[in-house]
Design a protein around this ligand. Sequence first.
Ligand code: ADP
Length: 190
Amino acid sequence: MNNIILFGPPGSGKGTQAEKLAEHFGLLHISTGDMFRYELKNETPLGITAKGYMDEGKLVPDEVTIAMLRERVKNAGEVNGIIFDGFPRTEAQAEALDEMLEEADSPVKGLLLLDVADDEIVKRILLRGKTSGRADDLDESIIRNRIAVFNEQTAPVYNYYHEKGKAHKVDGIGSIDDIFGRLQTLVERF
Ligand code: ADP
């Protein structure tokens, strides 16, 4: 199985590229952000719990996120592989994911970091906010908070996989197709 993590700060293009990679390589796309937004739309207890954190640009607590992801992976059925978008976002999540995938005998093949500078990210998210309908995309201070959370809590996940020789950095600036081409070349080598 080809399990891949698409990694990067908020607004780096993970969602767009994950969708394209999933289609091209026949992978299942799992986005924890989309899962939380779906729960929120349906006003489930999980969605209501997540909302408070998402609106402030904070991470939903690990135990909640890991339990949700575990259930999703368990019910994935027969797939060629999974592309994880927005997960793992903490070292504890990375450890939980590795454990899950090792049990299934299909470890992570690689992590791909979409590298984009902070100022560019803020610009992109504010632009997205005009049409995305996402409360967390509208306010610059919340966006800056999400970037700070990324730098403090999420960036260590890159080092975690780097130490295993599985982390790859990709320039996240350019056209959607150019960036996709860079990612595709790396995935083909896995
Ligand atoms: P972005 O990458 O633009 O921040 P996402 O859709 O990936 O957007 O995530 C939106 C929000 O959902 C995050 O700010 C966070 O509150 C929550 N979230 C998503 N994935 C996780 C995760 N793995 N752990 C904790 N919280 C998460």
